[in-house]
Structure formats: structure tokens, C-alpha cells
Design a protein around this ligand. Structure first.
Ligand SMILES: O=C[C@H](O)[C@H](O)[C@H](O)COP(=O)(O)O
Length: 232
């Protein structure tokens, strides 16, 4: 699939998901190239159809885009509950286990997701996999002592790589932390790995989102497909 085809599928999933946002709702808005299409469509509905909703964003990038359309954005701590959060994902398997954080927004995304009544992911079909882990697993790490955390990951065979920008600087998250990508190839026991990572001092959060999502909207050349998680 070339980039134009993939973008068309992402856009189709984003437009489909935008239908879930109704007047008066509080909606969580994820981060990434797929979510950009979602926010474009919500912005169109705000401007052309008079849709009125309140957004809670998972990154400064999404906040800027949404506010550019006149969408009202509030802090996650200003709401009791979020009705629905719509976000992208890097991989998702048939058990609704996924990897997120390719855009370094996993920490705020997980906080917003855990305070949402319903979680929806929008992906193109290439992201639906049998076993997660081909996509390097992002882990958000505090800069102080990050070298030791990376060494610990190396000792465990996790093949860590500190994420850098094109000009060689460490990538910083919206919380000013580092991102370490684990090149695992496949993750057969995601729950065990999640526990190991979160119990490592210096790790703030990891990109494993296990059985959290309610609905996955997949951009498919034949039209968006919807997978519903009945085991949550
Ligand atoms: O940190 C970024 C997020 O988890 C994204 O939702 C994820 O990386 C998918 O992004 P994209 O839609 O650009 O593939």
C-alpha cells in the first residue's frame, strides 16, 4: 500500500469516527496522522453544521489543530468523565491489545483513555496484526538516569533505542521526557511485559494498551469496518 492509499483509508476511518461525536458531548481527541483527519472532519462539522462539543486533547499538536477550528478544548482535570475518546494506534491484535506512542503521545493518551467511558481507535488495515510487537514498543522514560534504564532493558533483551529527531537530539514528549523504543519483533506475553515495564524505576508509562479499546474502526478499501470488543 502506498502512502496516498494509506492516507485515504486513515481519512475514511477518521470521517466515520467523527459521527460518534454529538452535541453536548465531552470528546477525547487522540494524536497522530489518522487523528488529524478526524479533527479536520470535526472542525468541518463545527463550522458547517454548528456541532457544539468540548474536547480534551492528548497532545499540544492536537490542541492547536482543534482550536484552529474553534473547537473548545479543556484540561482533563476540568471534566469528571469523557464520553468518548477517539485515537489512533500503531498496531492492534484480535484480542484488542495494541501498541501506541509512535507519535510520542502515549502518556497523555493513556490518561485520557482511562478517564473515558468509551474508547475508539481509528486505523488503516495495515495496523491490524496477529501478534503485536513488530512495531517498536514506545516507553516514556524520565531523562534523569535514562542511561541506566536503557542498560536494564538491554540486559533483559528488549533491544532499546533512544528515540532521536532527524537532527540527532533526543525526542521529548509533552511532559519533557524521553522515549525509548523496544525492538521486540513480537510480544507473546503482553501482560507480563507491561508489568515488568511499569515496575522499572524511571519508566513513566509504556505504549501497551491492553484490552482497553471498545471499538476499532478500520479503514478498508471496501469501506470502514468496525470491530467491537465484547470482552471488556
Ligand atoms: O503517540 C502517538 C499515538 O499513539 C498515535 O495514535 C499512534 O502513533 C498512531 O499514529 P498514526 O495515526 O500517525 O499512525
Amino acid at each position: 500500500m502506498d502512502k496516498a492509499q494509506q492516507d485515504a483509508l486513515k481519512k475514511a476511518a477518521g470521517i466515520e469516527a467523527a459521527k460518534l461525536v454529538e452535541d453536548g458531548m465531552i470528546a477525547g481527541l487522540g494524536t497522530g496522522s489518522t487523528v488529524r483527519f478526524l479533527v479536520d472532519e470535526l472542525g468541518r462539522r463545527v463550522q458547517e453544521e454548528g456541532l457544539r462539543f468540548t474536547g480534551v486533547t492528548t497532545s499540544r499538536r492536537t490542541q492547536e489543530q482543534a482550536e484552529g477550528y474553534g473547537i473548545t478544548i479543556v484540561d482533563v482535570d476540568d471534566v469528571d468523565r469523557i464520553d468518548v475518546t477517539i485515537d489512533g494506534a500503531d498496531e492492534v491484535d484480535r484480542n484488542f491489545n495494541g501498541i501506541k506512542g509512535g507519535g510520542a503521545a502515549l502518556l497523555w493518551e493513556k490518561i485520557v483513555a482511562t478517564n473515558s467511558d468509551k474508547i475508539v481507535w481509528i486505523v488503516d488495515e495495515s495496523k491490524v496484526v496477529d501478534t503485536i510487537g513488530a512495531f517498536p514498543l514506545p516507553v516514556e522514560v524520565i531523562p534523569f538516569g535514562a542511561g541506566h534504564v536503557i542498560k536494564r532493558f538491554e540486559d533483559r533483551g528488549y533491544k532499546p533505542v533512544l528515540r532521536k529527531t532527524a537532527d540527532g537530539k533526543e525526542v521529548r514528549t509533552d511532559e519533557n521526557n524521553f522515549v525509548v523504543d523496544l525492538h521486540l519483533g513480537r510480544i507473546d506475553h503482553p501482560q507480563d511485559l507491561a508489568e515488568d515495564l511499569i515496575n522499572t524505576v524511571g519508566v513513566v508509562e509504556h505504549g501497551l494498551f491492553l484490552n482497553m479499546v471498545d471499538t476499532v474502526i478500520i479503514g478498508d478499501p471496501h469501506g470502514p469496518r468496525i470491530l467491537s470488543n465484547s470482552n471488556k
